[in-house]
Design a protein around this ligand. Sequence first.
Ligand code: FES
Length: 279
Amino acid sequence: MKTPASITASFIVSMVASLGLLVLYVLGGQAQLEGVLLGFALGGLGLGLAVWATSYMNVPEEVEERQLMGEPEPGAEEDDTAPLPGMEDLSRRKVLLRLLAGAGGTLAGALAIPAFSLGPNPGDDLFRSGWRAGDRLVNLEGRPVRPADIPVEGIETVFPEGKVGLSDAQTVLIRVDEGSLSLPEGREEWAPEGCLGYSKICTHVGCSVGLYRSAAQQLLCPCHQSTFDVLTGATPIFGPAARPLPQLPLAIDADGYLIATGEYSAPVGPAFWNVDRGA
Ligand code: FES
């Protein structure tokens, strides 16, 4: 049986394409070209395997003539250097197997490229925001805020001092009548003079929760209408958001300014990485 040259050619094309893909990635990459090379790498390997399998399946059925006893095999004396029956096929198979291993190995190397592109491990960064204990709350102009600056039923967007604009630290500061609060257990001291701080990032898919219905004391996300009850720890009472807005623990410093006393009560935003923890 003759080995189709197309099998060898296919495996070689696959190998060259995989190596080219690796080299291109190391040199900086080019998405379209990488896609073409990956196509050749996968296609070459697949085509080679398909042709190889087909060529074995198409072996014609042959019936060997029965020889008379003592009669020499035809051609036995003419060429005694010819390879033993089956040996030629064996060495050809060896070459093909090596080519297949080469093509498979280089392709495996090329397919590992996405793992190198994952970037650094985020560690616990997703569980932390820009707030640190002792940070003063400042408004968009960077001015520290006192409770008296916010009228009851008023709202203001605040950030940690020196970090105005930091996305994971954007907080809505709302002032309510202290007597109406019904915060979760353990947060009794988190709202000095009725000042409440909640993350402004919606826990549904991360829009800005910027609308406040002061009469009902509800925060509203304009994207999909999730509504949060301000008095009970921003618990969701309507819409697709399933988690409360994380609350920032607040206090008043010696100069009368509002400060954070620690991190939010939970990771900000959709926080899908945190759902198993019941936060
Ligand atoms: S992002 Fe807020 S309700 Fe969807």
